[in-house]
Design a protein around this ligand. Structure first.
Ligand code: S3P
Length: 436
């Protein structure tokens, strides 16, 4: 499927976006190994999180879904998972694979984790190394999936220094640490999203955090608690971008998660001149939430603070489009991790933006994006949801129609994206496969 976007005026709107992907995955995982019933509201019924539900059902967890956004998870306790009778297919989801590897490391059975073409090309050595050090056995294809995980019910606690800033690796080690004897500590080189730590605490587990050293004591007991999933800031970012780029728009996005380990995108866009304000800030359960207002703005190129990279890691495709629409040059540095996401996001964005007439100079771990105007064109998503949606938003202010090819992956994180963008006034339609 392709998107066809014709230039159209974005107008004032009030809306919300689907639930947070990271929090939704964790609700399923932690709810499954908790004692008692976890009721989840605001769940993201996107393909990635549905794959996580499927995997835990395959390990004997009863998970009801009375509405697409509501779950009732009948937790089986830390030791209650059962051996699956087939490979666990996690589709496109790196989060599902890396976090589940941590859970599986402590089981008394073996299981195989696999996924789609993108996921089976992604690096897993980063979790294999610490989990094997704790005592799990993991077979891979040269550090890539499928992963054959031989669980070890008596894992050893470790003190692990993460070689890269990654919430997925941090979470994998902490989840394995729930099963280990003693204190497992993870030190991160930069702060990354802390949803695992927050949800564990809400479920009664003591999680220490002292200057980027995070620890849990195993074996731990998780007690089920209600989970309210906030709207996903990473999805809201596309709406914020559309509003900022528009000629005259004022858009309010309600109930968005504004956990400070995720809000780097807001800081960077504000530094570029974006008019973004948070209204009605509040806590829903363990996650802070606010309504976000974004107004049309004249953006200017900046040197993006590399200290904000781990706090905005999924929003760089959005930021590349903002940079392309800004006055002057925007310099991104320290973003090498983008090369191992659902696609090589530096290359994918550079290719797409160049096709739309924007000058981009790439380096190994960065890029200079020269502001300009988007011309019409046909661009590739490289099968990556965030590339597809970012380029679709660029299309709203291009000087002719933009086709974004191969956008099926949008369903992994933002079901209803097309309708959401249309509700802002965008002229977006989809076309079946075939020549664009
Ligand atoms: C995520 C962590 C990030 C992010 C991903 C979701 C998570 O990955 O890119 O979309 O839910 O923990 P890394 O930890 O690999 O940076």
């Amino acid at each position: 499927m392709h998107f066809l976007i014709r230039p159209a005026a974005i107008h004032d709107a009030e809306l919300t976006v689907p639930g947070d992907k990271s929090v939704s995955h964790r609700a399923v995982m932690l709810g499954s190994i908790a004692e008692g019933i976890t009721e989840v509201r605001g769940f993201l019924a996107g393909e990635d999180c549905l794959a996580t539900i499927g995997a835990f059902r395959n390990m004997g967890v009863a998970i009801e879904q009375p509405k697409p956004t509501e779950l009732v998870i009948h937790g089986v306790g830390l030791r209650g998972l059962q051996a699956p009778d087939c490979e666990l297919d996690l589709g496109n989801s790196g989060t599902a694979m890396r976090l589940m590897a941590g859970v599986l490391a402590g089981q008394a059975f073996s299981a195989t984790l696999t996924g789609d073409e993108s996921l089976t090309g992604r690096p897993m050595q980063r979790i294999i190394t610490p989990l094997c050090r704790m005592g799990a056995g993991i077979e891979s294809r040269d550090g890539k999936p499928p992963l054959g995980i031989r669980g070890n019910p008596s894992l050893a606690a470790i003190d692990y220094v993460l070689p890269m800033a990654s919430a997925q690796v941090k979470s994998a080690v902490l989840l394995a640490g729930l099963y280990a004897q003693g204190r497992t500590t993870v030190t991160e080189p930069a702060v990354t999203r802390d949803h695992t730590e927050r949800m564990l605490r809400a479920m009664g587990v003591t999680v220490g955090n002292n200057d980027r050293r995070i620890d849990v004591e195993g074996p731990a007991t998780l007690r089920a608690c209600p989970v309210q999933v906030p709207a996903d800031l990473s999805s809201a970012a596309f709406v914020i971008l559309a509003a900022l780029l528009a000629d005259n728009a004022d858009v309010l996005i309600r109930d968005v998660g504004v956990n400070p380990t995720r809000t780097g995108v807001l800081d960077i866009l504000r530094a570029m001149g974006g008019a973004i304000t948070l209204e009605n800030p509040r806590d829903t359960g363990e996650e802070p939430v606010a309504d976000i207002r974004a107004r049309s703005s004249r953006l200017r190129g900046i040197e993006v603070d590399p200290g904000l990279v781990s706090l905005a890691i999924d929003e760089f495709p959005v930021l590349f489009v903002a940079a392309a629409a800004a006055d002057g040059i925007t310099r991104f540095t320290g973003i090498g991790e983008l090369r191992v996401k659902e696609s090589d996001r530096i290359a994918a964005m550079a290719t797409g933006l160049r096709t739309l007439g924007i000058r981009v100079e790439e380096s190994d771990d960065g890029a200079d994006v020269h502001g300009g105007t988007f011309s019409r064109g046909v661009v590739e998503s490289f099968g990556d949801h965030r590339i597809a949606m970012s380029l679709a938003v660029a299309g709203t202010v291009a000087d002719g129609p933009v086709t974004v090819r191969d956008v099926a992956a949008v369903e992994t994180s933002f079901p209803g994206f097309e309708a959401c963008l249309a509700s802002l006034g965008a002229d977006i339609s989809h076309q079946a496969e075939g020549p664009a």
